[in-house]
Design a protein around this ligand. Structure first.
Ligand SMILES: [Zn+2]
Length: 303
């Protein structure tokens, strides 16, 4: 299948279910971007080889989850941004080298990911920590020139000077904030090396867009320009969905209370009529089952 044909492919319902169960970011995406994502994922799954270390085999969940969140990064850029990418290796245990343990690693051809960290990062959509976004941002950073230095555009690019300027101005601010014990929207890990600024800023851009835009608009703007995406409205839409769900829950609780009141009143009226001998004891043979069913129905029915 050609790349053009792959870009037109859609996911199956089962594959979409994997994403809606595992990925907070996927659930936030507007539907037009979800459609675009599905095409890019097909190219990714066709061109990138998956391997496992410590697991028996590569699972569908692994392939779909990694492809989806990796392709969110290129929704506005197109698949060519991953032109060198060849292999993703999923690790059961944390990766290790002489410096210690870590959750992921990325060059422009190969990416290694610790699976439990991947799942945790996907599930928590706003904790500023997402291993897939982080490592694939490293891939993008190196795609232009093999250099992991947080400038994802090549030397001759018209945006190059702007990137250098923003980093020269903003990176020291992150250093200063953590040195003085203040918080910064971008995680302190950004200070581990020059390469980590772009990956950590990318995590904030997708996971905490509101804070990044409010407190560090220049970083937000340059990332918005680079990714060709504005994730801020996605979070607003999600907030609205959460509010709407809470309202519906409240409404259902209120209606259940009303029905409970109606049931209690009915019982009181029936007892009152029995006390006045207006209804006979036989009446309750029919009344109790109907009353009982009414309570069950009112407590289980959806409004
Ligand atoms: Zn990193």
């Amino acid at each position: 299948m050609t790349r053009e044909e792959l870009l037109k492919q859609q996911l199956t319902d089962e594959q979409r279910k994997i994403l809606s169960d595992c990925s907070a970011l996927y659930n936030r995406l507007p539907s037009d971007l979800k459609t675009k994502l599905e095409g890019l994922m097909h190219v990714f799954l066709h061109e990138v080889a998956f391997e496992v270390k410590g697991f028996d085999k590569v699972t569908e969940v692994m392939r779909i989850c990694v492809a989806a969140e990796a392709c969110v990064l290129i929704l506005g850029r197109g698949y060519n941004s991953y032109w060198k990418l060849k292999r993703v290796k999923i690790w059961k245990e944390l990766l290790k080298d002489e410096r210690g343990e870590f959750a992921g690693w990325a060059g422009r051809r190969n990416v290694s990911l610790h699976w439990d960290s991947v799942l945790y990062g996907m599930k928590q959509g706003n904790d500023n920590c997402n291993l897939i976004l982080h490592e694939f941002a490293h891939v993008l950073d190196q795609a232009d020139d093999s250099q992991a230095q947080s400038i994802p555009v090549h030397e001759g690019s018209v945006d190059r000077a702007k990137w250098e300027e923003v980093i020269a101005r903003e990176y020291p601010k992150i250093k200063a904030a953590y040195k003085e014990g203040r918080a910064h929207t971008i995680d302190e890990y950004a200070l581990a090396s020059n390469a980590e600024f772009f990956s950590c800023a990318t995590e904030s851009f997708f996971e905490r867009p509101k804070k990044l835009k409010e407190y560090h608009p220049e970083i937000y703007d340059i990332l918005e320009g680079y990714y060709g995406l504005d994730p801020l409205p996605w979070s607003r839409a999600e907030e609205k969905r959460i509010e709407q769900k809470a309202l519906e829950r409240e409404k259902r609780r209120f209606i259940r209370l009303i029905w409970m009141g109606v049931s209690v009143t009915l019982m009181a009226v029936a007892m009152f009529l029995a006390a006045l001998e207006i209804v006979s004891d036989d009446f309750f043979i029919y009344f109790y089952p109907v009353w009982f069913l009414l309570i069950i129905w009112s407590q289980t029915k959806k409004s």
